[in-house]
Design a protein around this ligand. Structure first.
Ligand code: NAD
Ligand code: UDP
Length: 315
């Protein structure tokens, strides 16, 4: 520990949307943070403010290759999360989830580090159980356009639990539901950033399908609280644990709220619904409430207002 009791924490995908907020939180807490990224969707601007800090270090690396560093904790977030990004090079997406998990689990095994996997609500696919609790096994189309992401993340979960049973690793698996906030990319194609950018540019909002499909949106600060709480929880709390906001909205409701909050005078247009787009999604967060004493506190209206201010400053 080179004369210090600081935790050495590796964040893979640390220059991305959620990763950069996590790095910020860990640096502020005094941890020694290594931010790893290959900049596929992440950008240096996201973590530029942290560069002068002596307890922050940046590493250009691809998790599909082995890594040798000495750390105490690993948050494995590396993986594109937006459908247009993970479908751009689907083979690489699966490699990132599967080879990335194997490499980071190998690192955890060698160093004895605690390791947390950023899994996803997509492991439930287009769910026929609502809301989704962790014991629901999902409805994923293995051969559809979302399969590279969904099955990659499912396989990563399998690897985490096999390393736990076979090698006694100290693991945590978080199933993250739709998260939004400042530092989403303007061009990343996810619904919150698309709608806000369209509203601010005076363009029509594009609803895919009839807009009756639902999602539950968690503000990024709440998500970071949940991830940090899971890492700090007793070692018996391996998860999987759902992290997300249980307030459910239709995509049309979201569009109307964004138009109102942005004060925009724009139309709503419809576009074809992408293949395998889940019709409903809402987390059952009973497990997170009971085991982590965690639940989101930021209302969609407040989080959206904050996110709109951010996009106003960068567009
Ligand atoms: P993001 O695309 O902003 O961040 C992902 C980061 O990983 C980027 O910085 C990217 O450059 C990096 N990356 C991608 N492939 C890599 C590789 N092979 N090696 C090294 N770095 C690589 O996405 P995000 O929204 O911040 O998502 C972070 C994690 O959370 C992802 O694992 C994602 O699957 C998971 N997640 C996010 C959401 C959400 O709503 N944002 C929902 C569920 C799960
Ligand atoms: N969506 C939409 N208009 C857009 C972008 C997305 O109606 O401009 C819809 C999309 O079809 C999906 C929902 O919004 O039903 C959430 O999409 P997103 O890509 O944000 O995340 P995911 O589908 O992975 O939950």
């Amino acid at each position: 520990m080179s004369g210090t009791t600081r935790k050495r924490v590796l964040v893979t995908g640390g220059a991305g949307f959620i990763g950069s907020h996590l790095c910020e939180r860990l640096v502020a807490a005094g941890d020694d943070v290594i931010c790893l990224d290959n900049y596929f969707t992440g950008v240096k601007d996201n973590i530029a403010a942290l560069l002068p800090q002596t307890n922050f270090e940046l590493l250009r690396h691809d998790v599909t290759f082995p890594l040798y560093v000495e750390v105490d904790e690993i948050y494995n977030l590396a993986c594109p999360a937006s459908p247009i990004h993970y479908q751009y090079d689907p083979v690489q997406t699966t490699k990132t989830s599967v080879h990335g998990a194997i490499n980071m689990l190998g690192l955890a095994k060698r160093t004895g580090a605690k390791i947390l996997q950023a899994s996803t609500s997509e492991v439930y696919g287009d769910p026929d159980v609502h809301p989704q609790a962790e014991d629901y096994r999902g409805n994923v189309n293995a051969i559809g356009p979302r399969g590279c992401y969904d099955e990659g993340k499912r396989c990563a979960e399998t690897l985490f639990f096999d390393y736990y049973r076979q090698h006694n690793l100290n693991i945590r698996v978080a199933r993250i539901f739709n998260t939004y906030g400042p530092r989403m990319r303007a061009d990343d194609g996810r619904v919150v950033s698309n709608f806000i950018v369209q509203a601010l540019r005076g363009e029509a909002l594009t609803i895919y399908g009839d807009g009756k499909q639902t999602r539950s949106f968690c503000f990024v600060d709440d998500m970071i609280d949940g991830l940090v709480a899971l890492m700090a929880a007793p070692d018996t709390e391996t998860g999987p644990v759902n992290l997300g906001n249980p307030d459910e909205f239709s995509i049309r409701q979201l569009a109307e709220l964004v138009i109102e909050l942005a004060g925009a005078k724009v139309e709503i247009e419809t576009r074809p619904l992408p293949e395998d787009d889940p019709m409903q999604r809402c987390p059952d967060i009973t497990r997170a409430r009971e085991t982590l004493d965690w639940q989101p506190s930021i209302k969609l209206r407040d989080g959206l207002a904050d996110t709109i201010s951010y996009f106003k400053s960068v567009l």
